[in-house]
Design a protein around this ligand. Sequence first.
Ligand code: CAA
Length: 267
Amino acid sequence: MTAVEAKPMTTDEPLILSETDGRVGVIRLNRPKVLNALNPQLMSQLAEQLEAFDADDGISCIVISGNERAWAAGADIGDMAKQSAIDMYERDQFATWDRMKRIKKPIVAAVSGYALGGGCELMMLCDVIVASETAQIGQPEINIGVMPGAGGTQRLTKAVGKAIAMDVILGGRFLTAKEALQFGLVSRVVPAEHYFTEAMRAAQKLAKMPLTALKIAKEAVLKAHDSNLSDGLEYERKLFYLLFATEDQKEGMSAFVEKRKPNFKGR
Ligand code: CAA
């Protein structure tokens, strides 16, 4: 893989590490000593790198990974402990999350170990989630006197339904990877030693797909979270028609008819 850049930092270690592998951009969260707790500086760098990959014509798909022990154990509690409500309001830390929500290219999450609180919320912002069988997924904010603040009450409930979401958010229950798969929260569960390789394999496959169709299909699926069925169907139909304006649609359909492999250009 090719290292993109080592982010300049005032601390010893960069908070994220970025590299590319063919058309896949890879970002690793890099605060292993605190289980990749998500402080505002890390989130800001993550948003910046995601936007850079999103704008890069050489990249079609992005992977976010943690390490074996932790994808991310949540927002940085030490950082938040002394904040007042007004401090939290003024610093508007979730603005970086809004930036990540706007990434158009698909994001694959390679999740191993803890995915808790903001970590679970970050995982749910990703599109395809490859989880190690060691993953422990939850929203334990209740244990520290708060509740999810980066989308957990909404995205988790939409993903797994009310009864499981209540158990996880009110009771602080951790889901195993197997349970998360059964509830539709993750896309696949793989043996611990293969979680990153399998996520890369999934990403490399996506990276070969026609890029405009990938981005627009992602937009259409996300719309299902935000709209009622008839609005979502209407929206889907318009995006479907829109794809007939791409060269890849002409190429993909011609190749099928001519019984050959398509040569996609990403436009
Ligand atoms: N913030 C800051 N530091 C954290 C952290 C977090 N979210 N999670 C873990 N750490 C730190 C620990 O303080 C510890 O640091 P030290 O070695 O300096 O003591 C280090 O990471 C290792 O953690 P543990 O020793 O606790 O490891 P463990 O294996 O015994 O337990 C754990 C692991 C169950 C994940 C436990 O660390 C834990 O409960 N962490 C907090 C999880 C949590 O509450 N997350 C939600 C945060 S709030 C939030 O995310 C709000 C939101 O919606 C945006």
